[in-house]
Ligand binder design. Structure first.
Ligand SMILES: Nc1ncnc2c1ncn2[C@@H]1O[C@H](COP(=O)(O)OP(=O)(O)O)[C@@H](O)[C@H]1O
Ligand SMILES: [Mg+2]
Length: 267
């Protein structure tokens, strides 16, 4: 039931995307490509357009111009649930789950995939029961992959903040995405929790072979995890390159120094 992740993910291409909000251009002809299986970071000062870009990628915001493509598949203008079904899953910066057990939360992600659906499960049909067992087994594997195996049946409310953020990550993984969009996955975490999550993101990318798009203020994390970085400033891409290249880029230094952001700019 996991055949989709065995092939390399298609490239995710953002082409000349423009988003306007009443007189303000939040994204101005932004283009970048997330290479198959890479970690691509999207960074920039507050208000640069990072969240808006994520909203376009996940279908919450329709661009005024430009396109988003996953391989040959047009994502532009599709509703969020269709984009998720096509293999692009996201986490939200500010949503931390508090209800149910870890298993319950991961099964919510699995239900979006279930072919038998809720009606058949409610009727207790044998195929639905078998699918339910398979989904539970896969959810447990994913929990183990992100280091939540020991907490699988624990109420989420009893977990540490870092673990709860990783429940959110695991729930997105339960959709078997080919591209995972992570919106500030370590925001609000302490140093140890950050290191743990960084390790998990690396493991997930390696083991599941998916692409990751990372919006993150923690420059240490970006430098450690990203293969490529796109820097936005006032809605415009001002630099692309490896972490080392963008770190030394004069435009990037100017943009960051101008806002007072520094290397440890936390959430
Ligand atoms: N729904 C909206 N309506 C109006 N302006 C918005 C909306 N969302 C974002 N903006 C504006 O667009 C710009 C980019 O915002 P955002 O994408 O949230 O930046 P970032 O995530 O990089 O901090 C900001 O000036 C912000 O105020
Ligand atoms: Mg933002």
């Amino acid at each position: 039931m996991n055949d989709r992740t065995s092939a390399p993910p298609p490239a995710l291409a953002v082409r000349d995307v423009t988003v306007r909000f009443a007189g303000l251009t939040a994204l101005d002809t932004v283009s970048f490509t997330v290479a198959p299986g890479s970690v691509h970071a999207l960074i920039g000062p507050n208000g640069a357009g990072k969240s808006t870009c994520f909203n376009v990628l996940s279908g919450l915001c329709r661009p005024a111009a430009g396109r988003v493509l996953l391989g040959d598949t047009e994502l532009t203008g599709r509703p969020p649930h269709r984009i998720a079904a096509l293999g692009v899953a996201r986490t939200f910066q500010n949503i931390v789950t508090t209800a149910g057990t870890v298993a319950d939360n991961l099964m919510l992600g699995r239900h979006a995939l279930s072919r038998a659906g809720f009606t058949a499960s409610a009727l207790g049909l044998p195929r639905a029961r078998r699918e339910q067992r398979e989904h539970l087994a896969r959810a447990r594997e994913i929990a183990e992959l992100v280091g939540l195996g020991a907490h699988f049946d624990a109420p989420v409310a009893l977990l540490s903040y870092g673990d709860r953020k990783r429940v959110e990550l695991a729930r997105a993984l339960c959709l078997e995405p080919r591209v995972l969009l992570l919106d500030e996955p370590v925001a609000g975490m302490n140093g140890a929790e950050r290191a743990r999550t960084a390790e998990v993101v690396g493991t997930v990318r390696e083991q599941l072979g998916l692409s990751v798009v990372l919006v993150e203020h923690d420059m240490g994390l970006v430098m450690r995890l990203a293969d490529e970085v796109t820097v936005l400033d006032f809605g415009r891409p001002i630099a692309h390159g490896t972490p080392d290249e963008v770190r030394r880029h004069p435009e990037v230094l100017r943009a960051y120094l101008g806002t007072g952001a520094d290397e440890e700019d936390a959430a």
